[in-house]
Design a binder for this molecule. Sequence first.
Ligand code: PEP
Ligand code: MG
Length: 588
Amino acid sequence: MHSLPSNQEIILQGTPVSRGIVIAPAHVSARGFSAPEVYHIPNAYIAKEKGRFETALERTRKQLDSLQTQIEQISGEEEGKIFEAHLMILEDHKLLKRVSDAIDERNQNAEYCFYAVMQTYLEAMRRIQDPYLRERAADIEDVSKRLLRNFNLGDHQDDERPDQQHLLIAYDFSPSDTASIDREQVLGIVTEIGSPNSHTAILARSMGIPAIMGIDNVVMDVQALTMSILDGYSGKLILNPSENTLKEYQRHLKHREEIGEKLKLLKEQEAITLDGHKITLSANMEFDHEIPSFQDSGAKGVGLFRTEFFLLENEEYPSEEEQTALYTKIIEAANGEQVIFRTLDAGGDKLPGEPLPEPEPNPFLGWRGIRFSLARPALFKAQIRAILRASAHGKAGIMFPLISGLHEIHEAKAIVNACMNELHIAGVDFDLGIEIGAMIEVPSAAIMANDIAAEVDFLSIGTNDLIQYTIAVDRVNHRVADLYRSTHPAVLRLMKLTVDGARQNQIWTGVCGEMAGDLNLLPLLVGIGVDELSVGSMTVPIVKQAIRSLDAKECRELAREALACPNSREIYLLSREMAWNAYSELLN
Ligand code: PEP
Ligand code: MG
């Protein structure tokens, strides 16, 4: 255990997951409770410091005792036992000794040492996939918060965020933590775990919050309110930046703002290459509060509306009426352009569709996407009916996630047909010509693209999942992040199979995974012949400018060369070189 010196400039390297630069003090939040201030304790005061710990312990024990009695009187003995578990934690001699040793060894204040020891315990427990231990972790967290408050030292003991704009540093951040972030106060996010293709990263990008992931020990290492720079382009977190570094970053920020202003002028322009090849450039969306940035972005419609964030927001699913209202709102905001609603994609790293008695051993291979919807026809029908009802107000599309073969398409389409019949009989308006599409994100679907394309109106490649399933590499596990390669030859060849399958059936292909917004890989995507790209609203202008700087014929030649190449690094470099020659100013 260590924390870094408090006044030197220090650069920590992580993985950049959401572009942007933030200069602000850091707020360290460790899942529910934040790091207290840390300060040096001279040897002569060590005993006194241990005394402070004893006092806080004693105060906490007394409070827990009295809480236990109160709860027993109100709710019975069983409920009072919760606090017994908390008390037992405070009786754990090994743990108390570790805190005492830490005060001796680190010459730091008692609350910080206590916090650091508890963090190590908590993180070790959370890594274990055992529901009992996870519950104990929640108890430990609870009791730790209480004890920290009992040191009674100012206002950084609990998770109250500082009353100023800040960078949020946490061990991990769930998609729902990210979605509920206070955008006014939290300017950027830094985490220890996570990867660019996790839903947390995707949300950070779509909300325009710069973010870095994968900095080991950052929660322990950074002291509260350290002035920091988050560089979401290079993945650097700079603590205590020097005057020179600050000046350099202020220049960088200004340059970025200038590029941003220029890109705004592209709003009404088409996404068309230098030699006249048009691409439909649409936006990915998750929430209705993104409507203003979607409308500002110059995107042509919505290529992927991830409905799960709305559907799984509360314990109960929203009703058909509530869903119809949301979908209609989005369709109306798109001004006649198409909005493609992806049906519920629960599971994986998102919330499960319903609570399970125990965690799935392999959530990404489990009850996810279309599999869940087909197993819950009443929920699925309510969603389909809502999308159909909303389709009367503009142009909608329905897209099914995690298709692995034809049978799922047949079943899902049968449900759409049944919903259409019901609405027709009830005299409810909907668009009979609504487009139906399949996501291609599983290798089996890419291999079957020709057959699937014969059944639908479009294919949309979900590269985030297609890459993970093709290479067998978990998209959110930073330990294997190195293996997660968008330019793996197998991925590229599966994408080409998909485009060819769609072409043979005269339907269009899009890419709505994060690869669509990777400027280094844009020449490849244009080259293999995708018709549509769907990216976060914030990324639309920069991708549009990049498309307008490319020559489609050259991209096709590049793709031919790349498809024959067996080496992912070489494929990447080929594409990157073309990108660099065409729009180097957008790349860094
Ligand atoms: C994908 O897998 O590429 C995709 C767009 O879906 P999601 O990221 O929501 O899984
Ligand atoms: Mg997916």
